[in-house]
Design a protein around this ligand. Structure first.
Ligand code: MLT
Length: 314
């Protein structure tokens, strides 16, 4: 029988085409999540990214569901225990976007160190006073990478050739070997990362252990004027503690690609009532969970989703 596959969040057309060759594809990417889940009630497979919550309740409302495809890395929105208990298969594509995410992170570090956002704002107002836009040289800085998994390790490896000191921490101390061999410096003491870094880049997956990893206590160890970059998950940082750190000068600036809750990615300006305190903060650059959104990564992920589902239903 031809399977029905519901797509709840946008994937690259290459994978969509592949899915259409062997299944009935329902494209629900333009409608709100709750409604999309209702419309998925006769699906055999769901394709989701980071927004759609997959848990016992959603699974039970889709009686034919056999498999969930996560078109990307993070599994925070997917209750894998519920899926296993209910006998539903699942998979993600963990390294498909790691290079894109690492490159984007480095882009944000440069954006802040070279004051690109302020420059664009000034220029758009006809203000050319370059002495107000003095940046920093990365080669004179220490970058602390917290979490040395698929993305963090790639960030570290790509930063080292810029001549900056790269220090890293991971709860898995075995990851230290690779960093040290690449010319970085692993520390088992997270407080060393906090107290030495000019830039801290967060690359933890979100688990119960890492929720609010950067909290009020952690910020007391971070040196004054640090730049914070988060392209991992927003809930790894306690937003209130971060706002205080921005206001008291612990953080000189920050760039975040992730907000908690996530903004409505399907709505254009004017249609959304979404607000978030970090969006209003003058020292913060916000991007809309964009780090993995390159054509290259999305194509690989989408192809992998298409092929994996093809094999599953053959
Ligand atoms: C991921 O976990 O793959 C990235 O954060 C991008 C996404 O959620 O789609």
């Amino acid at each position: 029988m031809t399977p029905t596959i519901a797509i709840l969040e946008k994937i690259h057309p290459v994978g969509l085409k592949r899915l259409q060759q062997f299944s009935n594809v329902i494209d629900l990417t333009e409608i709100a999540t709750e409604k999309a889940l209702i419309e998925s009630s006769n699906a055999d497979a769901l394709v989701v990214k980071s927004v759609t919550p997959i848990n016992r309740e959603t699974i039970k409302s889709i009686p034919n569901l056999k498999i969930v495809a996560r078109a990307g890395t993070g599994m925070e929105n997917i209750n894998t225990q519920d899926l296993e208990e209910l006998g539903i298969e699942y998979f993600n594509v963990p390294t498909g976007n790691s290079v894109s995410a690492a490159e984007f992170t480095i882009g944000l570090i440069f954006a802040i160190c070279k004051k690109f956002p302020e420059t664009l704002t000034a220029i758009s107002k006809g203000d050319f006073r370059r002495h107000l836009l003095e940046g920093r040289e990365l080669s004179k800085m220490t970058v602390g990478v917290i979490g040395l998994g698929n993305v963090g390790s790639r960030v570290a490896n790509r930063l080292i050739p810029f001549g900056c000191k790269v220090i890293g921490w991971d709860k898995d101390t075995a990851k230290g070997k690779e960093l040290n061999a690449a010319g970085g410096q692993f520390s088992e003491d997270i407080n060393e990362i906090y107290s030495q870094s000019d830039v801290i880049s967060l690359h933890l997956s979100l688990t119960e252990d890492t929720r609010h990893f950067l909290n009020t206590e952690a910020f007391t160890h971070i040196k004054k004027g640090t730049i914070l970059i988060n392209t991992a998950r927003a809930a790894c940082i306690d937003t209130q503690a971060m706002l205080c750190a921005l206001d008291n000068g612990t953080l000189s600036s920050a760039a975040v690609d992730v907000l908690d809750p996530e903004p409505p990615f399907t709505q254009s300006s004017g249609l959304s009532n979404y607000t978030h305190p970090l969006l209003e903060h003058p020292k913060v650059i916000v991007t809309p969970h964009l780090a993995a959104s390159t054509r290259d990564a999305q194509q690989v992920i989408s192809e992998t989703v298409g092929e994996t589902l093809y094999r599953f239903f053959s």
